[in-house]
Design a protein around this ligand. Structure first.
Ligand SMILES: [Zn+2]
Length: 353
């Protein structure tokens, strides 16, 4: 059985390896992977900047965004053979801390969590794996291989949940949102934003191609001439690029009581911090960071994807690479929105049937 593996901390160590077949334990599903999405975190791991292998090992199976089909179930399972699932990335720390103890591992307080394909736990870029049932989220059949988007969508579901919680500190009816960045997280943030807001802007650098078309078809407004070209303020700004300049400018684009959500991973450095802090205080603005997601966010993500326009979601995955050409999948394509490795062609019969 093949798996895409890497030695974390060592660049140029990406390999396709032969692995032994999984041996599901009690409570584990046996699943076959249909597709694995690739994101910026994978590229950071490939470049040797991030990631940890499982304890006592050198190599890590990559891949944390996946959709898989159930091949075998444990006794008394709520799943059936043939069901589709999205595996959850993060696993609670062993202590566990108070949030992990109640299933809110996305808010882990001691940092001792594991993450499949990222730190301390093998990922999903493999043909088959044993998956504890409690970390499998049902994906309805109609969503199909688009279930590969459940993980990135879960991060957005969590961000919106927190935005709405923070908004509920006062009377607040958000009508407008700005999303910075039209990558997968930004596009999914815009999809979710339209559930809450009448008007959604998406800002990105590229002037044409897939991104402006996807934003327009969603019913949002695309802007590529920079933040200063947008002569409007918003109830919600979701920053998805990690660009420090945009992060610091974002609060200026909020209306009074506006909320800035940072969903992009920040680089180092800051400037104009004093003025920024003053504005934050004087307009009761809230800025919060968000990462990862727990089960209810995955379940919400799966519901939103099931109800969304599937042809739009299909176009978001604009680069599909068969596993035989796996190395191509990890080549950076800056203009591509979402790259996915296909382990099984869409609609292929299950090994279980
Ligand atoms: Zn914890």
């Amino acid at each position: 059985m093949i798996a895409v593996c890497i030695e974390p901390g060592s660049s140029d160590s990406l390999r396709l390896e032969d692995r032994t077949e999984p041996a599901p334990g009690p409570g584990d599903l046996l699943v076959e992977v249909l597709a694995v999405g690739i994101c910026g975190t994978d590229h950071e791991i490939i470049e040797g900047d991030f990631g940890h292998p499982p304890p006592g090992r050198d190599r890590l199976v990559l891949g944390h965004e996946a959709v898989a089909r159930v091949l075998g179930t444990p006794e008394g399972s709520r799943f059936e053979v043939g069901d589709l699932v999205a595996p959850i990335v993060r696993r609670p720390d062993p202590l566990p801390c108070p949030p992990c103890a109640v299933g809110e591992w996305d808010m882990c307080q001691n940092g001792r969590f594991a993450e499949a394909g990222i730190r301390g736990l093998d990922g999903y870029a493999t043909e088959r794996l044993a998956l504890p049932e409690e970390f499998a989220v049902p994906v309805v059949a109609a969503t199909g291989a688009l279930g590969v988007l459940v993980e990135p969508a879960s991060v957005v579901a969590k961000a919106w949940e927190h935005i709405l919680h923070i908004g509920a500190r006062a009377v607040w009816e958000p009508k407008t949102a700005l999303v910075t960045g039209a990558g997968p997280i930004g596009l999914l943030a815009a999809l979710f934003a339209l559930d809450h807001c009448e008007q959604v802007y998406v800002l990105d650098r590229v002037a044409d191609g897939t991104k402006p078309a996807l934003v327009g078809d969603l019913g949002a407004i695309y802007q590529h001439e920079g933040l200063t070209a947008i002569d409007q303020r918003f109830d919600v700004v979701i920053e998805c690029t990690g660009d420090t300049g945009l992060m610091l400018e974002a609060p200026e684009k909020t209306r009074p009581n506006g909320i800035v959500c940072l969903a992009g991973v920040a680089g180092e450095g800051s400037s104009g911090a004093a003025g920024f802090a003053r504005d934050m205080v004087l307009e009761n603005r809230t800025m919060f960071g968000t990462v990862n997601a727990n089960r209810r966010h995955y379940e919400q993500a799966a519901r939103v994807l099931a109800a969304a326009d599937h042809s739009w979601l299909e176009r978001m995955i604009d680069r599909r690479v068969p596993i035989d050409d796996w190395r191509d999948a990890f080549r950076r394509e800056p203009d591509a929105v979402k790259t996915v490795i296909e382990f099984l062609p869409p609609g292929s019969p299950s090994a279980a049937s």
